[in-house]
Structures are given as structure tokens and as C-alpha cells.
Design a protein around this ligand. Structure first.
Ligand SMILES: [Zn+2]
Length: 134
């Protein structure tokens, strides 16, 4: 087995320790679109720390995850959920939501309007500057 594989395994194990905390935090709802009763996975908001860090973790559904990772599959209407998630009190969720909003603003007027309402703290802006989504 390669070292890379081991490291991946350890990381996965490290993240799984956060599972319970995350499920409690999101009360089993997708932290981006609020979907309930669906499978949720941990998504680490970039830049991904060397050691797994709860502060970088979000719990999101497969639909959100797939559309973040594969822009070609993106259904812009799904992302109207950002109306709520950009106001999240969880910094990682907020950063991820705003990063997606910035992507959508290139194509959607409603996203631009939402951007205009947004007020971001300096530490959110600093983090956001380091986030690059596909
Ligand atoms: Zn979702």
C-alpha cells in the first residue's frame, strides 16, 4: 500500500471523529441547501489544512457536493439556497456559500443582487481569497 493511500486513510479517520459534532451542528440538514433526510458528507473548505480541522468542515448533501465539484452539472436554480446559507454563523459554511455565490454571479442577476447585500468581515474576506472552487 502506498504512503498516499495511508495518509488518505488517516485523514478520513481524522475527519470521521468530527462526524457527531457536525451532525449536531447541522441537525442533519445540508448546511448549504437545507435538504433533510438525505446522505450528508463532510466537505472541507479550502485551503485544506494539513491536519483535519473541524473549523474547515461543512456537512453537505450529494447534490451540493456534486455541483461544487462539477461546474458542468450545475443547476443555478438549486443555488438559490444561498439566500440563506450566506448568512450562516458557521464561518466555513459562510465562506463556501459566498465562494459559490461569486461563481454564480457571473451568470445570474439574482446572485449579483445577493452579493450587493452581503457584508463580510475581514477574516471572512481573507479566507475567501484563498478559496478556489472548480
Ligand atoms: Zn445541499
Amino acid at each position: 500500500m502506498s504512503k498516499g493511500h495511508d495518509r488518505h486513510h488517516e485523514r478520513h479517520h481524522g475527519l470521521s471523529l468530527y462526524g457527531k459534532d457536525l451532525v449536531r451542528r447541522c441537525s442533519s440538514h445540508c448546511e448549504l441547501c437545507d435538504a433533510h433526510g438525505v446522505k450528508l458528507s463532510i466537505y472541507e473548505v479550502p485551503p485544506i489544512p494539513i491536519e483535519p480541522d473541524l473549523a474547515h468542515c461543512t456537512m453537505i448533501c450529494d447534490l451540493c457536493l456534486q455541483q461544487i465539484e462539477k461546474p458542468k452539472l450545475r443547476d443555478n436554480n438549486h443555488w438559490r439556497c444561498l439566500n440563506y446559507s450566506i448568512w450562516s454563523e458557521v464561518p466555513a459554511v459562510k465562506v463556501l456559500a459566498v465562494a459559490m455565490l461569486n461563481k454564480l454571479a457571473a451568470e445570474e442577476r439574482w446572485a449579483v443582487e445577493l452579493q450587493e447585500q452581503l457584508y463580510l468581515e475581514n477574516d471572512t474576506l481573507e479566507w475567501l481569497a484563498k478559496v478556489e472552487l472548480p
